[in-house]
Write a protein that binds this ligand. Structure first.
Ligand SMILES: NC(=O)c1ccc[n+]([C@@H]2O[C@H](COP(=O)([O-])OP(=O)(O)OC[C@H]3O[C@@H](n4cnc5c(N)ncnc54)[C@H](O)[C@@H]3O)[C@@H](O)[C@H]2O)c1
Length: 366
């Protein structure tokens, strides 16, 4: 064998998260960032179906004002739409409309589902065109909108098809959360609690003192410090392992058993609700191994309960959870890498979770 050539290249990643409000006010130009021209040209906007009606007039008026030709398409924000056909639909609309390859970023406005679909479409079209994300759900604001993963479900497996596609920017406007149904606010809290338990004791205390009030207020006047700390916690995790070369990922806490529960329940429970159940299972296992105290376990389970998240579903059987663990073990390249919390608000990765431990967790949580 003769080594003929070795190709090495690297591509820096840089994107920024901006906070703003009144995005469609004519004077607010944040939606026009990264465009070659802030006047004229074209803009392709993908919007969550739930926001299409309420925002249609404002969006059309905004782009008319800036003399930008607009193509606005809506995508259903339902897990059942998170399939490749939706991506192909977006791509075909993009292809018909035509935009500059680099200087007219697509705007993706919506929850985690619409952002996962829209970002994947942008990452495939012409091998990648820029997109700006505007998350409109709490899940999007603290998680799905701010990382670089895209994806759709395939053959009953969550996010089986996807890419890593950094957005060119993320625009955070918590005003969108005002109209979000309360169940979806609670749902997003699954990811916030995840970060608190394995990364940020102060955030955990903040959640104890005013998490519920912030949820009831849809984060309009309350809870900024909770949102900021949660985003900070996730970004610092992602930034050092953006391409997931390291498969021991603290941010996988809550994501070992949840994918199989979520797919099995086919929409009955939301993503963050399944993450909450996983947090509960993993925390009971941590307690059994004396990695956390009984007081901490009680605190975690109480917090889930107070926020309104589930800790248990009757679908949980040892067989189902073991199947989920086995599937994740393949995903994690042959290692369980099951993150469980420690008393110091960090996590430890287990490689030998047993059916007996899962049985104990199921019975405990029941
Ligand atoms: N890519 C990632 O890194 C990542 C991370 C976490 C979650 N996710 C994915 O995100 C998805 C869940 O996202 P989600 O929780 O945002 O749910 P979602 O996208 O399904 O949105 C929830 C519901 O709220 C509606 N909606 C959106 N914004 C609204 C608003 N401002 N007012 C009123 N209604 C609004 C939507 O139409 C939908 O009916 C899952 O598929 C999950 O796998 C991806």
């Amino acid at each position: 064998m003769t080594l003929f050539y070795s190709v090495t290249a690297s591509k820096p990643v840089k994107y920024q998260l901006h906070k703003s409000s009144n995005l469609f006010s004519h004077r607010n130009k944040i939606l026009l960032m990264n465009r070659e021209n802030q006047h004229g040209g074209k803009c392709f906007v993908i919007i969550d179906n739930a926001l299409y009606g309420p925002l249609y007039t404002e969006i059309v008026s905004y782009f008319e004002y800036h003399n930008i030709e607009l193509k606005l398409i809506k995508v259903e924000g339902l897990e059942s739409s998170k399939i490749f056909e939706s991506v192909l639909y977006v791509i075909s609309e993009l292809n018909d409309f035509g935009i500059q390859r680099r200087s007219e970023p697509v705007l993706v406005i919506g929850g985690g589902v619409v952002m996962d679909i829209g970002s994947l479409a942008c990452s495939l079209f012409r091998r990648g065109i820029p997109h700006i994300r505007v998350p409109t759900t709490l899940m999007g604001y603290v998680d799905a909108g701010i990382g670089i993963k895209t994806g759709v479900d395939y053959q009953n497996c969550k996010n089986r098809l996807g890419t890593y596609e950094p957005p060119s920017a993320v625009i955070l406007d918590k005003g969108f959360l005002e109209t979000l149904p309360s169940r979806h606010i609670v749902n997003g809290m699954g990811e916030v609690i995840k970060i608190a338990v394995i990364k940020d004791g102060r955030l955990f205390e903040d959640l104890k003192s005013h998490g519920k009030a912030a949820v009831l207020n849809h984060f309009q006047e309350l809870g900024d410090s909770i949102l900021d700390a949660s985003i900070h916690g996730l970004i610092t995790e992602l930034e050092t392992n953006l391409w997931e070369t390291e498969l021991k990922r603290p941010s996988d806490f809550g994501h070992t058993f949840s994918p199989i529960i979520e797919m099995k329940l086919a929409g009955e429970l939301l993503h963050g609700e399944c993450v909450a159940i996983d947090i509960a299972i993993s925390s009971v296992i941590a307690r059994k191994r004396e990695l956390i105290s009984q007081g901490r376990l009680d605190d975690i389970l109480n917090m889930l309960d107070i926020i309104g998240l589930p800790c248990y579903h009757f679908i949980m059987t040892i067989d189902l959870l073991m199947a989920g663990l086995e599937e994740r073990t393949i995903h994690r390249n042959g290692h369980q890498n099951c993150p469980v919390p420690t008393e110091q608000f960090q996590c430890e990765f287990l490689q030998d979770v047993t059916p007996d431990e899962l049985k104990h967790a199921i019975l405990y949580l029941k």
